[in-house]
Design a protein around this ligand. Sequence first.
Ligand code: UVW
Length: 322
Amino acid sequence: MSDVPAMRDLLGEDAPSNWGKWGPDDELGCLNYLDAVEVLRGIRHVRSGQVFTLQIQMGRTDGPGDPIWPGRRGMSRQNELDESTWDGDGAPQFPGGLHYADDTAQIFLQGSTQYDALGHVWYDGKLWNGYDARTTIGAMEKASVLPIAEKGVVGRGVLIDMARHRGKQWLDKGETFDHHDLEAAAKAQDVEIEPHDVLVIRTGWMKYWYELNDPEAFYDGFIEPGLTYSRELVEWFQQREIPNLVTDTIANEVTSDPESGVALPLHCALMRNLGVALTEIAWLDDLADACAADNRWSFLYAAAPLKVVSGTGAPVNPIAIR
Ligand code: UVW
């Protein structure tokens, strides 16, 4: 028998929850906080007109390829039509002589920078808002990525640069931090994490992936750095009404809770129980350099994952404008 407790035992029968807060049919969770007032609040943080795209490049075939959760594959893109199609007979012919290139791709929806659907993870047979986990079978009937994609995510973003704060290029494997560390880093950056902020945390982990250029070493004893579970941390997220957590790691939290050994408890505590949207595998280094250069760490954050019907998640290229 494993000594690792069940998710329910770690998080508690009375775990902080937002189920029912936005009605019995809700599929947006804390993204409900992002209303028109929050869009206008975000816009007030645009000062210099600099634009940063936060997706990693998708389907790279050079270097280490794409960073993905073990067991998934990065996008595989195939060319279906190109100029060579017209070298032989049988190519499609168009009046006027038009030629064109076409691709198809096979992708894990979580295989690049992406939004998780709120129903992407669960325990005890229940998803976000109490939906039955059997509604995931075959296709996600409830809390898929589609409602997030239809809404769009726009508000004030705040970047907390944990790697810079600790004087490192990137955090170490399994290195943890919590809300006290976030507050301390924010204070050092002279910025406040305000209610309804899209919380963007840089660990340097994506940079590590590309600079290391060695997937075998990266995945050896796979454990990412990240936020670590405590009930107090979950309450902190709930009290600040954080709508969206964005990080430059594959899973937004330390892979395995250092005390209990439970895998990804914050996915359950934050996403399944509170309805916080998770955005993973973001490229934050260019944005962080710009923020550090003029010591301004807030910006307009805007993102919309692809509208994948019943999707468990979807790729996204979020934009930060400052
Ligand atoms: C899992 O939930 C396993 O992965 P992700 O990091 O895509 O949420």
